[in-house]
Design a binder for this molecule. Structure first.
Ligand code: F6P
Length: 361
């Protein structure tokens, strides 16, 4: 049966979105389905009429689907979106408008490519998607989505941060200084952990493991080297100190006469050519999402578990994570995943002499 599919990218972008979009277009063409893209995420869906682009005829140059960003765009800062609507006390009207836009578009299914915030909202305000099949594809550079071993964008972010750290380690040596590098990742330490291990950092500090600054200093001094990399997650804190995490650690090192500089690669971590691993994942998730639509599934998320592509229900996704308050929407919870205490990389890092902290939280 000919179907009409809508796709949308929401939340912070990451590399790999264009590959998923391209693969969804390829898969729809194969099935002779129509496919439209919602532009600017929920901003575009809120617009009247909704901002859409016909994707049935390929809009991509073949060579560009590996580039970072989203050809559909993810939305503007500060316009009408879930946060702004909640802030203005107009969430219910906002949700109704999204629901009406989807109805007007006459879609059979919507593929929502989003992070844990977007997926949690899709679960919580599920009525928005009533009357159509909702299939979500997990993307985030933070790897903080429960029930899937991989998320689109994480591998490329690890690659970007590792490249950046490696370049800095070269000049750290020539100036006999340490670089404290701050990794993104929101509340989850996965990006710092993976990139730190990838470059053989001397220390990796993440929110999931308690650390002691005096022991970090001791570790650096005992290394008998005068240069190296300290990888710090943006989510760590030190009681009684304020400011950016990398700056806090830098000040502690300076106080112990360890020459150092801080470095923030910020959104460069979110860009970069999509790695082969993320492109393969994009292909797997696009295929899984389209098959889920064929099987009449709804309210599901694609997932990779122990090498197997599958779907899991949005409610299982939501229930599996640790629930934290959405910082921007009162009363809404987000389902989060963190580095688990038994994560094999924690043990490997410790065994390989990397200072990773004292005790798993
Ligand atoms: O969730 C993705 C992410 O890049 C986080 O790692 C980071 O904390 C945040 O988004 C940055 O958001 P913004 O682009 O709004 O500065």
């Amino acid at each position: 049966m000919r179907k009409k599919i809508g796709i949308m990218t929401t939340g912070g972008d990451c590399s790999g979105l264009n590959t998923v979009i391209q693969r969804l277009i390829d898969g729809c063409r194969l099935r002779k389905w129509d496919i439209i893209g919602i532009q600017d995420g929920t901003d575009g869906l809120y617009a009247n009429p909704a901002k859409t682009i016909d994707l049935t005829n390929d809009v991509f140059q073949f060579a560009s689907s590996h580039l970072a960003g989203s050809i559909l765009s993810n939305g503007h800062d500060g316009v009408m979106n879930f946060e702004a609507a909640a802030h203005a006390g107009k969430l219910s009207a906002f949700n109704k408008r999204l629901q009406k836009s989807l109805k007007d578009l006459n879609l059979d299914a919507m593929v929502l490519i989003g992070g844990n915030g977007s997926l949690s909202l899709a679960h919580t305000y599920n009525e928005i998607y009533s009357g159509l099949q909702l299939v979500c594809i997990p993307k985030t550079m933070d790897l903080d989505i429960p029930l899937t071993d991989k998320t689109i964008g994480f591998d490329t972010a690890v690659q970007q941060l590792s490249y950046y750290a490696e370049q800095l380690s070269l000049i750290a040596r020539s100036h006999h200084r340490w670089f404290v590098i701050q990794a993104m990742g929101r509340a989850c330490g996965s990006l710092a952990l993976h990139a730190g291990v990838a470059v053989g950092a001397d220390a990796i500090l993440i929110p999931e493991v308690k650390f002691d600054v005096d022991n970090l200093v001791k570790h650096i001094k005992q290394s008998k080297r005068d240069y190296g990399i300290i990888m710090v997650s943006e989510a760590i804190s030190i009681r009684g100190h304020s400011g950016k995490p990398a700056d806090m650690i830098s000040r502690a090192l300076s106080a112990a006469n360890i020459p150092n500089r801080t470095s923030f690669s910020e959104h460069l971590q979110r860009t970069g050519d999509t790695t082969a691993s993320d492109r393969i994942l994009a292909m797997g998730f696009a295929d899984t999402a389209l098959k889920a639509i064929e099987n009449n599934e709804t309210n599901v998320m694609t997932a990779l578990q122990n090498g197997e592509y599958k779907t899991v229900s949005l409610s299982d996704f939501f229930n599996a994570g640790r629930k934290v308050k959405d910082p921007n929407i009162v009363g809404v919870m987000t389902s989060n995943r963190y580095v688990e205490p038994d994560d094999v990389l924690l043990q490997i890092a410790t065994d390989m002499g990397i200072y990773i902290g004292e005790k798993r939280k």
